[in-house]
Design a protein around this ligand. Structure first.
Ligand SMILES: [Zn+2]
Length: 282
């Protein structure tokens, strides 16, 4: 069976025929782009893990993103641990397992980074750690990142990826929204630059707070960005919402963000923005 045409793209006929391909092939060998549904051979993907057909950036661990994003990185607060404040059953075991898998203590990686000798404070949320949900350690690490940046007069670059506040930590999670926002406010009052890059998905309490507080807000192609999920909205307003309502492209069209940037262009753009920001600050 011929799967590919001369341009190495799957024909429409085979996309339909292969709807259940994920169940027939070994894990990690083939995957399907969640946006355009193109079947992708894993070995074809570059280090950026981007769909060659539509530029959608696949969900990747924070340390994977770090590997091509910066020239140097010194990690902060890698030993902070959640205390399971609500004594949620099974939560501690879940956290321990994810810590081993992701080599992170919680859903965000923070530290001081550099691109072309420009130092800045960097945070990368990890969609593979309880869907990047905002817990007490995540909130504390991001708050400390902004406080460090304010003290050392650095810009902050934050990659967001989140399903929202973490239910296992209840109201303690919700409080992180206000705490981080206050640290951002002090960073802004010091005249310092904050750049956000929204990745797939950025939703819930993260969208409702620090993801939308940036001086410059970028997004990766086709990233889902919203507050409530599609089903919740439809059940609340009793009507169907457009398919692309919560896409990065749609919110750009409505002026919520400044620009969509392909993953492979992010480092160059950040270098330019950081340079421009530091010149403006002099
Ligand atoms: Zn695609």
């Amino acid at each position: 069976m011929k799967l590919y045409d001369q341009n190495n793209t799957l024909s429409e006929r085979h996309i339909k025929a292969d709807k259940n391909a994920d169940e027939r092939v070994p894990d990690q060998m083939w995957l399907r782009c969640p946006h355009c549904h193109q079947l992708l051979f894993a070995k074809q993907l570059t280090q950026y893990a981007v769909c060659p057909n539509c530029d959608y950036g696949l969900r990747i661990p924070a340390r994977h993103r770090l590997s091509w994003l910066v020239d140097s990185f010194e990690e902060f607060d890698k030993d902070l641990q959640t205390k399971n404040p609500l004594h949620f059953p099974g939560y501690q075991e879940k956290i321990s397992k994810l810590q081993r898998q992701t080599k992170l203590n919680d859903s965000v990686l923070t530290g001081e980074a550099s691109i072309n000798d420009q130092l800045f404070s960097l945070g990368i949320m990890d969609p593979t750690f309880i869907m990047g949900s905002l817990g007490t350690v995540t909130g504390e690490k991001i708050t400390r990142l902004f406080e460090y940046a304010t003290t050392h007069r650095q810009a902050v670059v934050l990659f967001t990826a989140s399903g929202g506040a973490r239910m296992q930590e209840g109201i303690m999670s919700l409080m992180q929204m206000a705490k981080v926002s206050q640290a951002i406010n002090e960073h802004a009052a010091a005249g310092l630059l904050y750049i956000v890059i929204l990745t797939d998905p950025t939703t819930g309490g993260v969208t409702a707070s620090f993801a939308m507080d940036g001086d410059i807000i970028l997004a990766e192609p086709h990233a889902l960005v919203g507050f409530a999920g599609r089903r919740v909205i439809e059940q609340t307003i009793h009507q169907q919402i457009p398919v692309d309502l919560q896409s990065a492209e749609n919110i750009l069209h409505h002026g919520f963000i400044d620009r969509i940037v392909k993953r492979q262009d992010e480092k160059k753009l950040l270098e330019w923005l950081l340079k421009t920001g530091s010149v403006a600050n002099e």
